[in-house]
Design a protein around this ligand. Structure first.
Ligand SMILES: Nc1ncnc2c1ncn2[C@@H]1O[C@H](COP(=O)(O)OP(=O)(O)OP(=O)(O)O)[C@@H](O)[C@H]1O
Ligand SMILES: [Mg+2]
Length: 407
C-alpha cells in the first residue's frame, strides 16, 4: 500500500513535495504495520520527529502508549532508571519503586531520540530488550518482559561513533532494521519557498502582524542559501523577520543578514549596521528583546487573571500580540480574535514559560552567558536554564556544543 501523502502531510503539518521526503513518508507507512525497529537519520532540523509518530499512528499499536525519550537530555546517572525503572532503595533518593518507560509503554512504541548519546552501559540493556523483550529494573535481579516497538533517531554519523568505540555495532544493526533517511533542506530546494510561506503565515497569525512577502531576488537568495540548520533554521529565520522587519516586503538585501553561518553573528537582524565583533551590542539588544517578551507575558497573565475573575482588563492592559500556543496549534489560530473570549482554551501559566529550541533563543545564546548562569547557580542546570529562559534540553545541547562539560 502506498501512502496517502496529502492526508499524512495535513495531519502532521508536513510541507514539501520533494520525492525523497515522500519516499520517507511512504517507507514509514509501509513499515508501520510491522514490528521492525526503524532508525530515522538526517541532519539536525530536517524533521525527524514526525516520523516515529507517523509509524506509531499507522501501526496496530496505535491504541497503546507512545513515549518519546530524548536520550541526549537525560543525565547519564539516571537514564537506566528512566528507561527500565528502579526498585525502592536502588540508589539514594529512590524512595519508591518506579516503572521505566519500557515497562509503561508495553504494547506501544518508544521513540529514542538522539540515540547515539546513550551511554554504553545503557546500550547493553537496550540491546537485550530489543532482542527478547527482557529487562531488569535498576536495583533488582528479577527479569521482566515487555513488548515495545522501538523507533530511534539520530543526527550524528553512527558509523563514526562505532569506530570510536562509543556505540555498539550490534545495537546499531538491531535499531536499524529499516533506515529512513530525511534529506537536508539544501537537497530539496523546491520546498524552501513553500516552507517559508507556511511559516510566514503561521507567524503572521501568531503575532497578529501582516504577512511577509518576498521579492523574486529574495526568493532566489532563500533557495540558494545552505541552510545548515535546515527547516528549524528556516522557521527561526522566518520568525525573526516576522517580528523585526517593519517593511513586510522583504528583498534580497533585507534578507541577507538573517542568513548567517552557525559561527556567524548571534542575532543578525538586530546588528545589521554593526560589525560582527560588536558582541556587547548584540547582547544588550537581545536582553532588551527578552525583557520585552517578559513584559508581554506578564501583561498576558494580567489578562488571564481578569478573565478568571470574570472581568475584562483595562484597555491599556490588552496590547498583546499573541497567546502562547503549542507548535502544532499554529494552524488553528489564524481565525483567533485579538481580545480573548471565554470559549478560547485558557493558556497555562503555572509552568515557567520557556523559549524552546524552535524559538529565537537557538543560536542567540552565547557561551559567556551560559557559563555565567551555570556559575551563579553552582552548576545547577535547571536553575541556570530557568534564568536563561531556555529549556533544560536546550541548555544540555549548548553545554555539549560549547564543551562546557569538562570545565
Ligand atoms: N516538512 C516540514 N514541514 C513543516 N515543518 C517542518 C517540516 N519538517 C520539520 N518541520 C519543523 O522543523 C522543526 C525541526 O524539526 P524536528 O524537530 O523534527 O527536527 P529534527 O530532525 O528532529 O532535528 P534534531 O536532529 O536537531 O533533533 C520543527 O519545528 C518541525 O515542526
Ligand atoms: Mg529532533
Amino acid at each position: 500500500m502506498s501512502a496517502n501523502f496529502d492526508a499524512i502531510k495535513r495531519r502532521y503539518n508536513i510541507i514539501g513535495f520533494d520525492p525523497a521526503l515522500e519516499r520517507a513518508i511512504d517507507i514509514a507507512v509501509q513499515v508501520a504495520a510491522t514490528d521492525l525497529a526503524v532508525l530515522v537519520v538526517g541532519e539536525s532540523g530536517v524533521g525527524k520527529e514526525n516520523f516515529p509518530k507517523i509509524i506509531h499512528d499507522n501501526s496496530s499499536r496505535k491504541q497503546g502508549k507512545y513515549i518519546a525519550v530524548n536520550c541526549g537530555a537525560i543525565p547519564e546517572g539516571t537514564i537506566d532508571s528512566e528507561l527500565f525503572g528502579h526498585e525502592k532503595g536502588a540508589f539514594t533518593g529512590a524512595v519508591e519503586a518506579r516503572k521505566g518507560y519500557f515497562e509503561v509503554a508495553d504494547g506501544g512504541t518508544i521513540f529514542l531520540d538522539e540515540v547515539a548519546d546513550l551511554p554504553l552501559a545503557t546500550q547493553v540493556r537496550l540491546l537485550r530488550v530489543l532482542e527478547n523483550g527482557e529487562f531488569i529494573r535498576v536495583g533488582s535481579s528479577k527479569v521482566l518482559q515487555t513488548n515495545v516497538r522501538v523507533v530511534a533517531a539520530t543526527n550524528v554519523n553512527i558509523a563514526d561513533r562505532i569506530a570510536k568505540g562509543k556505540f555498539r555495532e550490534d545495537l546499531y544493526y538491531r535499531l536499524s532494521s529499516v533506515i529512513i533517511h530525511l534529506p537536508a533542506l539544501r537537497e530539496r530546494r523546491e520546498d524552501i519557498y513553500p516552507l517559508f510561506v507556511k511559516f510566514a503565515s503561521d507567524f503572521s497569525a501568531k503575532y497578529h502582524c501582516p504577512m511577509l512577502t518576498l521579492t523574486d531576488d529574495a526568493i532566489e537568495e532563500l533557495k540558494n542559501y545552505r541552510w545548515p540548520g535546515n527547516i528549524r533554521q528556516l522557521k527561526n529565520v522566518t520568525e525573526q523577520i516576522s517580528i523585526l522587519e517593519k517593511n513586510r516586503t522583504i528583498d534580497a538585501a533585507a534578507l541577507k543578514p538573517y542568513l548567517v553561518s552557525p559561527t556567524g553573528t548571534n542575532l543578525p537582524a538586530l546588528v545589521r549596521t554593526e560589525t560582527d565583533s560588536n558582541e556587547n551590542f548584540q547582547r544588550e539588544i537581545l536582553f532588551k528583546f527578552i525583557a520585552e517578551l517578559q513584559r508581554e507575558i506578564s501583561e498576558l497573565k494580567n489578562v488571564v487573571n481578569h478573565l478568571v475573575n470574570g472581568t475584562m482588563p483595562e484597555p491599556h492592559n490588552v496590547p498583546l500580540k499573541e497567546y502562547p500556543l503549542e507548535d502544532n496549534e499554529l494552524d488553528y489560530q489564524i481565525t483567533r480574535a485579538t481580545v480573548p473570549d471565554k470559549n478560547m482554551p485558557e493558556p497555562h501559566f503555572e509552568e515557567p514559560i520557556i523559549i524552546e529550541d524552535s524559538d529565537l533563543s537557538l543560536g542567540t545564546l552565547n557561551k559567556a552567558a551560559i557559563i555565567k548562569a551555570l556559575e551563579r547557580h553552582n552548576n545547577n542546570r535547571k536553575l541556570a536554564a530557568e534564568e536563561l529562559k531556555i529549556s533544560e534540553r536546550t541548555l544540555y545541547r549548548k553545554i555539549k556544543e560549547y564543551k562546557l562539560n569538562d570545565k
